[in-house]
Design a protein around this ligand. Structure first.
Ligand code: EPU
Length: 422
C-alpha cells in the first residue's frame, strides 16, 4: 500500500485544474446502461472508484473504453443483472446499478452493502422508493433482488437526515422508462443529482423540477446514448480551497464552480479568506491564521459532510474554539484521533466536535481511514512542523485524481512511496 511523505510549511501558490466530479460520474455511468446506443462521457476523473464502476458494468456485459478522460459505454451486450459482493464491498456507489437494471431489464440483484467506516449507511430509502414505483423486493443470502416492471407513482424520499443522494439517483434512473408518471418528493438537490438528471434528459428522458426537492418524471419508451460532459468536483475544489487557506497561500482553482460551493465559501470568508469568483474558477487568498467558527453539516445547499474533515483540519490552528456538528453521518469522526496525534486538541460530544485551536501541528505518522478523512490529514500535514507520513493512501486515490501531483505543482512537498519501493 502506498504512503505519502509530506513536509509541512510550504505556502501553496499557483493554479490547479479541478477534475470531473466522482459522485456525479458514478451514477451517470450506471445511467448510461439505460440507453439503446453507446454514451460518451467527458471530463471523467481517473480514479479508483471509476475503475471499480467500469469493472461492475463490464461484468454485466457492457463494453467500455476509457482514454484521456473520455469514457465510452456501450450497453448492448448486457446479459447479467447482478453486482456481486466482491465489487459492492469495495464501493457503496455500486448500489446505483439497481435502478437502471430494474428499469431496463425488470430484474436486478445487488449484494447488500455492509458496514462503513463513516457510520451506518442503510439503503432502506432506496428500497422504499423502488417499491413505490412497482418493484418487488426480496433480501436473500445478503443480496437485494428486485423484480417487476417500473410503473411510476409517488415517492417520498425524506429520511431522518434529510433526503438521500444515491436513493434519489436510483429512483430517478428507475423511473425514466416507467409506463406512467413518477413524482419524487423530498428529492436530494445536490449538484451531482442535477448532473444525472441533465444527462438522463439528454438521453431522451422527461424529467422536470431539476434542482428542486420535487422531481416529476414522465416515462418514455426508449432512451438513446449521448455525449455528455461531467461537472467539476466541488469536493475536490473545496479541499484545495481549504489547503490554500491553511497554508496562507494564493490558489486559482480552474473549473471550480462557486455556485456549488456557497456554504464553504461563506465559512471560509468568515474565517478570513479572500475569495474571488470568476466564470472559469475561484481564487482564494489568505494572509493570516483562520478565525474560529462553528459549522453544521447538512444536505445541499448546506455545508457538505464531505468537507467536514478537511475543515476540521483547518480549524485545528484557529485561535479560540470551533465547533462542528455532523448531521449527515453522526459518527464520521475517525480523523479526530489522527489529527490529535499531530498535536490538535479536538474532543467529541456526541455528533459534535469541539476544536480548541493550537499554535502549531507537528508532523507524525498517521493512518488514512476513509477518503475525506485522508484528505484532511493531507491538509493538516501541509502546515505541520516537519514530516508527516500517511499510510493507506489508496483511500485518497479513490476520490482525488493525482492529488500529490496537483499539490506539488503549487508548492507542496509530497512524495508518494510506492508499495514496491518500501
Ligand atoms: N440514509 C438512510 N437510508 C438510506 C439512505 C441514506 O438512512 O436508504 C441516511 C444515511 O445513513 C446518511 C444520510 O441518509 O445518514 C444521507 O446519506 P445519502 O444516502 O445521501 O448518502 P449516499 O448517497 O450514500 C452520497 C455520496 C457521499 C456523501 C453523501 C452525503 C456518492 C457516491 N456518495 O452518499 O460521498 O457523503 O452522499 O452527501 O454520491 C464521499 O464522496 O466521500 C462520500 C461518502
Amino acid at each position: 500500500m502506498d504512503i505519502f511523505k509530506i513536509t509541512g510549511g510550504r505556502r501553496l501558490e499557483g493554479e490547479i485544474t479541478i477534475s470531473g466530479a466522482k459522485n456525479a460520474v458514478l451514477p451517470i455511468m450506471c445511467a448510461a446502461i439505460l440507453g439503446d446506443t453507446p454514451s460518451v462521457l467527458r471530463n471523467v476523473p481517473d480514479l479508483k472508484d471509476v475503475k471499480t464502476m467500469i469493472d461492475i458494468l463490464t461484468s454485466l456485459g457492457s463494453k467500455i473504453t476509457f482514454e484521456k478522460g473520455t469514457l465510452t459505454i456501450n450497453p448492448k451486450g448486457i446479459n447479467k443483472f447482478e453486482a456481486p459482493y466482491e465489487m459492492v464491498k469495495k464501493m457503496r456507489a455500486s448500489v446505483c446499478v439497481l435502478g437502471p437494471l430494474f428499469a431496463k431489464y425488470g430484474i436486478a440483484k445487488v449484494s447488500l452493502p455492509g458496514g462503513c467506516v463513516i457510520g451506518p449507511r442503510p439503503i432502506d430509502i432506496h428500497l422504499k422508493g423502488l417499491k413505490a414505483i412497482g418493484a418487488t423486493c426480496t433480501i436473500n443470502h445478503g443480496n437485494i433482488i428486485l423484480k417487476g416492471k417500473a410503473l411510476g407513482g409517488e415517492v417520498f424520499l425524506g429520511g431522518r437526515f434529510g433526503s438521500s443522494v444515491t436513493a434519489t439517483a436510483n429512483i430517478l434512473m428507475a423511473s425514466v422508462l416507467c409506463k406512467g408518471e413518477t413524482i419524487i418528493d423530498s428529492a436530494a438537490m445536490e449538484p451531482e443529482v442535477v448532473d444525472l438528471a441533465n444527462f438522463l434528459n439528454k438521453m431522451g428522458a422527461k424529467i422536470s423540477g431539476i434542482g428542486s426537492h420535487a422531481l416529476t418524471i414522465k416515462g418514455v419508451k426508449k432512451l438513446h446514448g449521448c455525449d455528455y460532459t461531467i461537472i467539476s468536483d466541488r469536493i475536490e475544489a473545496g479541499t484545495f480551497m481549504i489547503a490554500g487557506m491553511i497554508t496562507q497561500g494564493d490558489l486559482f482553482l480552474r473549473k471550480a464552480n462557486a455556485n456549488h460551493l456557497r456554504a464553504l465559501i461563506d465559512k471560509l470568508i468568515e474565517t478570513g479568506a479572500i475569495i474571488k469568483e470568476y466564470k472559469n474558477g475561484i481564487r482564494i487568498t489568505a494572509n493570516k491564521r483562520p478565525v474560529s467558527t462553528d459549522i453544521i453539516t447538512l444536505p445541499y445547499p448546506g455545508f457538505p459532510t464531505d468537507l467536514q474533515a478537511q475543515m476540521m483540519a483547518l480549524l485545528t490552528i484557529s485561535p479560540g474554539m470551533s465547533v462542528i456538528t455532523e448531521k449527515i453521518y453522526p459518527e464520521r469522526f475517525i480523523h479526530i484521533a489522527e489529527l490529535n496525534r499531530m498535536g490538535a486538541n479536538i474532543s467529541l460530544e456526541g455528533p459534535t466536535a469541539i476544536i480548541k485551536g493550537v499554535k502549531a501541528l507537528s508532523g507524525a505518522p498517521v493512518m488514512a481511514s476513509d477518503l475525506r478523512a485522508s484528505a484532511a490529514l493531507a491538509v493538516a500535514a501541509l502546515v505541520a512542523d516537519g514530516e508527516t507520513t500517511i499510510e493507506r493512501v489508496y483511500h485518497i486515490d479513490r476520490g482525488y485524481e493525482q492529488i500529490e501531483k496537483k499539490l506539488c505543482h503549487v508548492g507542496a512537498e509530497i512524495t508518494r512511496i510506492k508499495e514496491n519501493q518500501k
